[in-house]
Design a protein around this ligand. Structure first.
Ligand SMILES: [Mg+2]
Length: 219
């Protein structure tokens, strides 16, 4: 194994949603489903793939849908930022990989993510950071995997892909540049390191693992 692609929401980042909705929906007198729909409805085709700025999304869509003031919106966004939390154990594992493996984050993410990764010192741990809002394409579209593999100079057959969304894992296993199923080399361990059991893991055409609650904000 020479390279590893890691998801952000639900794998490296473990906070935010749906916790935010569970706190804020009662405050706003709506259900958590309505809250999530107000924040994320239509975002996959706009802010997630860089077709709209994040500020415009919040101000023009979310604030109107929720009928809240700019001040309340500011508090909501600050609360989301405060709830962001890292899987420190997994980050520690990535840091210890050093130069033995090429590493990349591959995330369906909104534009604020780049600044957050830099501010928290996480971006420096990875060789590449591929975000859907910058790439213009999001998982499960295979082009985002191919972009990451290309930047790393990585071969699919020697790359581990870790994601908590089964559909994204399935997408990585299909197409002309799929992560192919091959016999496992003798030097490879039979299971991934303990730290990598965060969500679904994929290697050499197989995946398994537990499915955490998906985080629609950073998937
Ligand atoms: Mg995820």
């Amino acid at each position: 194994m020479r390279s590893v692609l890691l998801d952000l929401g639900g794998v490296l980042e473990t906070g935010c949603w749906p916790g935010v909705a569970e706190v804020w929906a009662p405050r706003l007198g709506i259900t958590t489903e309505q809250m999530l729909a107000a924040v994320f409805g239509g975002s996959d085709e706009t802010v997630l793939v860089g077709r709209m700025s994040e500020d415009d999304w919040w101000q023009q869509h979310v604030r109107r849908r929720l009928s809240i003031s700019r001040t309340t919106l500011g508090r909501l966004r600050a609360d989301i930022a405060a709830r962001w939390s890292w899987d420190e154990q997994l980050l520690g594992y990535v840091a210890r990989l050093g130069s033995r493996m090429r590493t990349a984050i591959v995330s369906n993410a909104w534009p604020h993510t780049r600044a957050r990764l830099a501010a928290d010192g996480v971006a420096d741990l990875f060789d590449e950071v591929v975000l859907s809002c910058e790439a213009g394409v999001a998982k499960p579209d295979r082009r985002i995997f191919e972009l990451a593999l290309g930047r790393l100079g990585a071969e699919p057959g020697r790359t581990l892909f870790i994601d908590d969304t089964p559909g994204h894992v399935a997408a990585a296993r299909t197409g002309p540049h799929r992560f192919p199923a091959r016999p496992r080399p003798r030097s490879m361990p039979s299971s991934p390191p303990r730290e990598l059991h965060a969500g679904h893991w994929y290697r050499m055409g197989r995946y398994s693992g537990k499915n955490r609650q998906p985080d629609p904000h950073v998937a």
